[in-house]
Design a protein around this ligand. Structure first.
Ligand SMILES: Nc1ncnc2c1ncn2[C@@H]1O[C@H](COP(=O)(O)OP(=O)(O)OP(=O)(O)O)[C@@H](O)[C@H]1O
Ligand SMILES: [Mg+2]
Length: 303
């Protein structure tokens, strides 16, 4: 599959009289078409700076970048992409529909039925029907109008900066479902986010950036491989299993029984069969998945 975003050694250095500050350092990003990509990193890591370079809002100091195959700085590609900033700024006294008409006019889009559909799609039909203006919108509604605006030009690639920041759990889920819908329609979504549990639920691949440098990048399923499985067997103690061979696993005595702690992908059936053959009672089997939060903390702390 073609790359939606590709950067090679992309670098941004802010120069001042006293010193040069490199805030994005030789970034090699690879985002495939049709995937949801999570761009993560602590505050000040260089995420927004990177997005601004990808959108050609600021110029890279060195390196290369390609958006949908076009080199950075080629503004033709902007017809095919869209961007929702973390805190979008809208004219306060416009209604949602007026906002869409305004942004539509910038793209030469005037199809009002299309705009009405978008308002419905992002869950703003009520606000439309009651003619609410943006200053009467809640935070969640403002995020939604941002997404409606981002869909106006039927983009192939969307950049979303913190799309679920400050939302309640129901709004979270609705926005998440909308974003998953974008992928179903074949769009590529580049999300910068601090909400790791959210990212874990929707992203195909992620990159973690720290001090301008990528410290981890890849498929989430690969990055989060290496979880464990815990099997608790009651009625016995550890000695009974002294002849059982368990690769890369541990066996502990606990008040509730013997706990087998083995790598994800181990032959759990064999352990259960072995335990039962010795008269053990299987109490529980609990997968302990590796969490994105653990990966994030490890990757950021070690660099
Ligand atoms: N115009 C500028 N001149 C000098 N330094 C800048 C400028 N813009 C950003 N920086 C610095 O670049 C670094 C990266 O900032 P950036 O906004 O890209 O971080 P971020 O990863 O988006 O953080 P956050 O999660 O807080 O949004 C910070 O140290 C910031 O102070
Ligand atoms: Mg930022």
């Amino acid at each position: 599959m073609a790359a939606a975003i590709e950067t090679k050694q992309l670098t941004k250095t802010y120069k001042s009289k006293s010193r040069n500050l490199t805030v994005v350092d030789k970034l090699d990003l690879h985002v495939e078409e049709g995937e949801i990509f999570g761009f993560l990193g602590p505050n000040g890591a260089g995420k927004t700076t990177t997005i601004k370079m990808l959108l050609s809002i600021i110029e890279a100091t060195s390196g290369e970048g390609y958006i949908l195959g076009k080199e950075l700085g080629d503004f033709d590609v902007h017809k095919l992409i869209s961007y929702v900033p973390e805190r979008p700024y809208y004219y306060e006294y416009m209604t949602g529909l007026e906002i869409l008409k305004f942004y539509g006019s910038l793209f030469g889009i005037s199809d009002v039925a299309h705009m009405q559909n978008l308002l419905e799609r992002v869950g703003l039909a009520d606000a439309r029907n009651t003619n609410k203006t943006i200053n009467q919108y809640s935070k969640g509604m403002q995020q939604r109008i941002g997404l409606a605006q981002a869909l106006l030009n039927d983009p192939k690639l969307l950049f979303l900066d913190e799309p679920t920041g400050g939302l309640d759990p129901i709004a979270h889920r609705e926005i998440r479902d909308l974003i998953l819908g974008f992928r179903e329609e074949g769009r590529t979504v580049f999300i910068s986010s601090h909400e790791l549990s959210e990212v874990e639920l929707i992203c195909d691949r992620v990159a973690i950036i720290n001090h301008g440098v990528i410290v981890a990048q890849g498929k989430l399923t690969d990055l989060l491989a290496g979880g464990r499985v815990e099997i608790l067997v009651g009625k016995l103690d550890r000695g009974v299993f002294s002849d059982m061979k368990i690769e890369d696993g541990n066996i502990h005595d606990t008040p509730a029984g013997v706990l087998f702690d083995v790598p994800e992908g181990s032959d759990v059936n064999a352990i259960i069969d072995g335990a039962r053959a010795k008269g053990g009672q299987v109490v529980s089997i609990v997968p302990r998945k590796k969490r994105l939060e653990d990966l994030f903390v490890e990757a950021v702390r070690n660099k």
